[in-house]
Write a protein of this length. Sequence first.
Length: 269
Amino acid sequence: MESTDKMPQRPSLLPGVDASKWPWWAIALAFLGLAVSMLIVGSADYRETFIYLLDGIATTLRITLLSFLFATILGLITGLARVSKNVFFFNLSTLYVEMIRGIPLIVLIIYIAFGIVPVLIELLNGAGIPVSIRDWPMEVRAIVALAIGYGAYEGEVFRAGIQSISKGQMEAAKSLGMNYLQAMRFVILPQAVRRVLPPLGNDFISLLKDSSLVTVLAVNELTQLGRLRRASTFRFLETFNVVAFLYLSMTLILSSAVRWLENKMKIQE
């Protein structure tokens, strides 16, 4: 006899469409973004807050782009030193990586802005190089601090990328008459860079969010302007709804770009 325990299947609202495979998370985010966008258009408080925060978006992106650029350069140098057979460069780069990764980023920002920079200025003035404290505004100090902080992480990304390349590649390059630097430049690094682009993109997104930490330096980026707006209007919910919406919009756009980059740069094994 045939079993009668089978539950009858509910008819689908859209025959032939498997709704279980839909990106419901993306649909939920889209509706959330649409709701906030409608509030910005229809509510004076939301609209004024959005207009007030526009300058903060530009400052946030500027800090993020410059910090990441310098962090990538510093990370590449650090990564090369971390795989070097030179004892001095290896230990110096390892000290930098371990020390920076062991300090919270917000502590590093404060320490560099209010500790290292003033001491550096005094040393330069003592050496006969006239430098004013005004030559180092808080935004510049924030960029330096974020670059140093993220440089350690990018150094590990580059180190892992270089070490992921087969040792036979280096041996083949040397068999063609290349020295170590030439082999790194023309053989190893082009392949390593291709592999580290996706994690670098993820770190760029993280840096965008961590740029909010420079609010402790009173830099007028997005979070700081949100705090000022909240203090002047006492509209906490409206202000930080817009702040969160703007951060989420920027990170989602960058996440989409990173996924596109991963697909574009995917290495066929």
